[in-house]
Design a protein around this ligand. Sequence first.
Ligand SMILES: Cc1cc2nc3c(=O)[nH]c(=O)nc-3n(C[C@H](O)[C@H](O)[C@H](O)COP(=O)(O)OP(=O)(O)OC[C@H]3O[C@@H](n4cnc5c(N)ncnc54)[C@H](O)[C@@H]3O)c2cc1C
Length: 487
Amino acid sequence: MHDPSYEVVVVGAGSAGCALAGRLSERGVRVLLVEAGALSVPPDVASIASLAATAPEHALNWAFRASLVRGHEAAVPRGRVLGGSGAINGGYYVRAVPADFADWAVPGWSDDDVLPYYRRAENDLDQEGPRHGDAGPMRISRPAGPLLADATRPFLAACARLGYPSEPDKNAAAPPGAGPVPTNAVGGRRVSAATAYLPPPWGAAAPGDTLAVRGGSPVSSLVIEDGRVTGVRLGDTTVHADEVVVAAGAVGTPALLLRSGIGPVDTLRAAGVRVRHELPGVGRSWSDHPAVFVPFRGGGGIGPDAVAGQAALNLDSGADPAGDLEILLFARPFAMDGPAHLMCALQHPQSRGMLAITSPDVADPPRLDYKYLRTESDRRRMRAAIRIAADIMRAAGWTRVAPSGDVLGNDVRLDGWIRDVLTTSVHLSGSARMGTDPDAVVDPQLRVHGVDGLRIADTSVLPSVPRRGPAATAIMIGERAADLVRP
Ligand SMILES: Cc1cc2nc3c(=O)[nH]c(=O)nc-3n(C[C@H](O)[C@H](O)[C@H](O)COP(=O)(O)OP(=O)(O)OC[C@H]3O[C@@H](n4cnc5c(N)ncnc54)[C@H](O)[C@@H]3O)c2cc1C
């Protein structure tokens, strides 16, 4: 007889995993939440003004190795701590737009279907109405008063002067435009899914609690018996459960499936992993927003507790009314005396990436190949975004630091400059995507195709990267998964 210790094991205490585990334990489900990283966030990382944990050598950063374009290597940050990437991220909290859900066309995941879950997660302190929540654990606000950077009003005024519409509420499903960024920060501190959904003290369950949290070591593989997942391997031990939900993020989740023998046969064989279940879509065909920081001077200062990403212009490059470009005012310099930036990102890219493991050993990080800007459409739209950023700087009276006018005016030279400074928004999505076709990894109930007892609940399941940052959507997925696991 199988006598599971837990009803549900959730692997990964990130944005989605914390929301899921918190909601399940509220319903009396016996849950173990396993996190590879630490169970506490130091004060310097908890400050919304800090991107300290994005440094490659930081203990809370996985710092995965990646190729962005041919010959351009980068370390890609992901949170390795309670709260996951949401505990170290930029704090921009914007939902996917209705066009994303329409494009994905997954039964049960229309904009109308998911709206209640976005609302249930949210307590918007500034906005109300039928698209907003006022009782959820994620407190959302927009920069105001001392938290407003000097550059924010001139940025919005410049966008208006150039004829772009205003979008005062970026979570209202209105046409794209320029407006303040909703932020999961209150009083200068990040509200992560861990601080929002889990009762402290983490890792030390009180008597009667149905939630246990274990940190400090990764799940190395899933235990599969006769086509069914019955538990997870954690160090030298095996933890059994009726159901395992993998929420290890869009890098950690496909890596764990691959280490467990679930994935494309060629990838598994190349890594020396025994094939347990063939699923060609694991780690394949994911997407992320390519981004370029365009530096400027003359925008003034920013308070110590203010979020860097203050306001954004979302706009249509010509073929995407839902807005395929984003220009984000990033009002804090990276270096002490450095310039502020406009971050230009391609929000609906065509290029698709690949992820593979190199061995079955959990200590060997997966390898990411973004294959950014492979299509002329992606390159053209990225050039357009940078030129629009230059127009905004001119209209705001700021001085562009780079690229020079000669480079800006020449497509070939601008492409070269973009390759040199290209980075990623770190919004990776779709590495174990949801759907009903043969390459889909999970079904619309988030169950892994062909493997019993196993679901995935994180940004891996999104069919492609949403047209806005995915943090709010990750939490929505956690909320939704709770209703799927225990209706
Ligand atoms: C630096 C940075 C800035 C960002 N800024 C923004 C932003 O401003 N706005 C926005 O919308 N998005 C932003 N993002 C992206 C956003 O934060 C993520 O997409 C979102 O948090 C992903 O949620 P998730 O639940 O899918 O994964 P995560 O939150 O990454 O959670 C995965 C968790 O699983 C754990 N884990 C992984 N493998 C294992 C294992 N084998 N065993 C146990 N645990 C494991 C990880 O340590 C992590 O805690 C940013 C991301 C980063 C890294």
